[in-house]
Design a protein around this ligand. Sequence first.
Ligand code: PLP
Length: 396
Amino acid sequence: MTNTQQIMDETEQYVLHTYNRFPVAFERGEGVRLYDVEGKEYLDFGAGIAVFALGYGNRAYNDALKAQIDRLVHTSNLFYHTPLRDAARKVIGHTGMSKVFFTNSGAEAIEGAIKAARKYAFLKDGSNDHEIIAMNQSFHGRTIGALSVTGNPHYQDPFRPLMGGVKFANFNDFDSVMAQVSDKTCAILLETVQGEGGIYPADPEFLKAVRRLCDERGILLILDEIQCGMGRTGAWFACDHYGVRPDIMTLAKALGCGIPVGAFVLNEKAAAMSLAAGDHGTTYGGNPLACAAVSAVFDQFDREKIVEHVQELTPCLEEKLDALVEKYDFLTQRRGMGFMQGLVVEGRQAGEIVKAAIGNGLVILSAGSNVLRLVPPLIITEDDIDEMIQKLEEVL
Ligand SMILES: *Cc1c(COP(=O)(O)O)cnc(C)c1O
């Protein structure tokens, strides 16, 4: 029995089977490459689901975490600590928002955003029947609150009854949003670029119209930037491309580059009138280790000019993916922004292509059943892109 097979068998013996995992056990990473326990090398265009933006083994990031582990890992939120101050200052500095709350995951960031929006509306009119408008084909996480705003019956149906007060509209269809708006609407929630749903960027006109609607009706706009934020689209946050600012922004994935940390970030208006002392909490959220990771990520992004790098290399990636769409009949479209790209597959299962690519030493992901998703570490070079195209073509 191979080492991999043994790890697989013993893992499945003990771990609840909620994932159909690929038959690979990774052992270590270096830059944009992963190595499995058999020593096989993989080019990584998945980044642990759009997480490991800095690439594996970033020296300064690793050193910052090691130093923090030796100093202090955890204190609870009953006390102050400098990593929290520093990480918060960097989040606020880069988002231009007003206040941040650190969580342990993306789903928890969504939970917090929902609570903040409900409290905001409650303080305004004292009523308890507010509604949130979310989008069909969205993804916001697997906890009951986050699942309740995830417009995907496949994820939702076994877990009903879900949280109430949620209505769904169609992404990029402003009329369908208007059809759901009422005096009870407290927030409109959407991903600036839908990720799991199939890599759909918001139409500029749609996003601007939703922002205007929110301003006119006193509704909070919540933008989920958990996947598309943190430089992935070639701007610090995808909404920067649109000139649209949310009232609440959610972050996670690349925020800690692998240390579990998320955040919801509020503008002055939302922060001034929402969650107050005693309204929300978390034992781990924003602990010293998580905050050291956040600080190290922002520092490395600034030092290595990661966002500029994504901007510079995006035309190259898009051009080469467009060439694949030209060449293969079953690839019908490229969608995406920056290093968050999807190739639409017709007549074949995206999952089968992903499996074959991984077998060929290239990690890519799918989104839905018919989209190949490319979300590489943000440090890839033109040579890495060429190698990705070559490995992908070998399986296409
Ligand atoms: C991954 C993701 C989430 C959920 O994050 P978790 O850390 O898995 O809970 C929420 N929203 C978007 C857009 C995501 O991509």
